[in-house]
Write a protein that binds this ligand. Structure first.
Ligand SMILES: *Cc1c(COP(=O)(O)O)cnc(C)c1O
Length: 417
């Protein structure tokens, strides 16, 4: 017995035929990343006793120390700070930036406007919030060129002796641009190095981990950060973030997370350690499942006449799949279909609402085991032209497929296809 009509099942089958070779390529990346993670566990002799929780100051928490060594190893970095004490990706990135930047320094973003939640971290002089600007740290950004590439002429003009951190955002975030591949980030790092010997190349790696075989710290980035409720948490880590890169920079971030002079030497893991280890172990596979789901979604919606970014033909470097629909009703049906396919909260019907900070109503689907966990299948769409829906994640391919087919079915029931 199937919940879907025969022709929908056939459309799904056709899409799977189309993406066959892309999926095989993806599976090779998953293999390599899985082996890379296991070998790092082995080199550091991860043992059952490392999973014990710690309390109080948690000095000499061996499980935490080895976890950070494993993370550094996997990311080809000198050091890493991997903690449940990071409340979100934004908190993690802010900690890295505040760790490195000092009053009078400048932060220069070369990939255009950064992710929304970072705007208030950058802040405005005198805003009284303790933002970077409030501490006298300057900010510049160079918009991307219309073709989505870095405006190097603009960057050359913007770099100066105050430039202390050059920021790169790997993922498209919620923009209709391409994400930057790790190879492109490597080229950017080299080029920045030629413009400034002292600037720190920082990468916001959110949504990027394990989509490719290398990470930004393996191609010249000095420092990167990400969230454990996205890719590297493998859907199992319950909260937290990581910072990885040059040892001196990671240490400065640790001084900011706890206190100068104390840094990463303290920090009780409570019961989180095992989940963070196991999540890292699972991450290459789960990211692969989510990416396979995105390939499927891109192929199916392309067959239905909608534009997708990336297309199923494009190389992938992050989890976000954008789909451009024709009508607002498509957005609503898509998001409601994804919600309807969830194991958690499928009975909830998302509606567009005026979310604070957004100019247009936004509709979101999230039925997740971890609140806001976006390695789990989720979708959102601002209700405005050009009617783009963004989806990401999925702990299992079958779940993503279920969600996409529910969305198609809903569109068809509403005579939108
Ligand atoms: C998710 C994300 C962030 C912020 O993470 P939160 O956990 O939402 O605070 C920053 N940058 C990018 C590119 C992201 O995808």
């Amino acid at each position: 017995m199937s919940v879907f009509a025969e022709d929908l099942l056939q459309a799904a089958e056709a899409a799977e035929q189309v993406i066959g070779e892309a999926v095989r390529k993806l599976e090779r990346t998953v293999d390599r990343n899985q082996w890379k993670v296991i070998e790092a566990f082995q080199r550091h002799q991860v043992s059952d006793f490392h999973f014990a929780g710690s309390t109080g100051y948690a000095y000499n928490d061996r499980g935490r120390e080895v976890l950070e060594a494993v993370y550094a190893d996997v990311f080809g970095a000198e050091a890493a700070l991997v903690r449940p004490h990071f409340a979100s990706g934004t908190h993690t990135i802010a900690t890295a930036l505040f760790g490195v930047l000092r009053p009078g320094d400048e932060l220069l973003y070369i990939t255009g406007r950064p992710y929304d939640t970072l705007h208030k971290v950058i802040g405005h002089a005198g805003d009284g919030t303790g933002s970077l600007a409030d501490f006298g740290i300057g900010y510049r950004e160079v918009a991307l060129l219309p073709d989505g590439s870095v405006d190097w002429a603009g960057v050359e003009q913007a770099v100066n002796e105050r430039t202390r951190v050059v920021g790169i955002q790997r993922s498209r975030g919620y923009d209709w641009r391409s994400s930057f591949t790790v190879a492109e980030i490597g080229e950017m790092a080299a080029r920045i190095r030629s413009l400034s010997r002292s600037a720190v190349v920082f990468v916001d790696n959110c949504y990027g981990e394990f989509c490719e075989e290398l990470e930004p710290t393996q191609v010249g980035a000095d420092l990167m950060a990400g969230s454990l409720i996205k890719n590297p948490g493998g859907g199992i880590a319950e909260t937290g973030g990581y910072i990885a890169g040059r040892r001196d920079l990671v240490e400065r971030a640790a001084y900011r997370l706890t206190a100068p002079g104390i840094g990463g030497e303290v920090g009780a893991m409570l019961g989180t350690t095992r989940g963070i280890y196991q999540g890292l172990f699972m991450a290459p596979h789960i990211v692969g499942q989510a990416l396979k789901g995105s390939l499927f979604a891109a192929a199916v919606f392309e067959q239905c006449g909608f534009e997708t970014k990336p297309s199923w033909r494009d190389p992938r470097t992050d989890l976000i799949q954008a789909i451009r629909f024709h009508e607002p009703e498509h957005l609503i049906a898509f998001v409601q279909g994804i919600q309807n396919a969830a194991a958690v909260d499928s009975h909830v019907v998302p509606e567009p609402w005026d979310m604070p900070g957004y100019e247009h109503p936004v509709i979101m689907a999230a039925g997740t085991f971890i609140q806001g966990g976006s390695l789990e299948l989720s979708a959102d769409a601002p209700i405005r032209e050009p009617y783009i829906a963004y989806m990401q994640g999925g702990l299992t391919y079958s779940h993503v497929k279920f969600g996409v087919m529910k969305a198609l079915q809903m569109m068809r029931n509403r005579k939108l296809l």
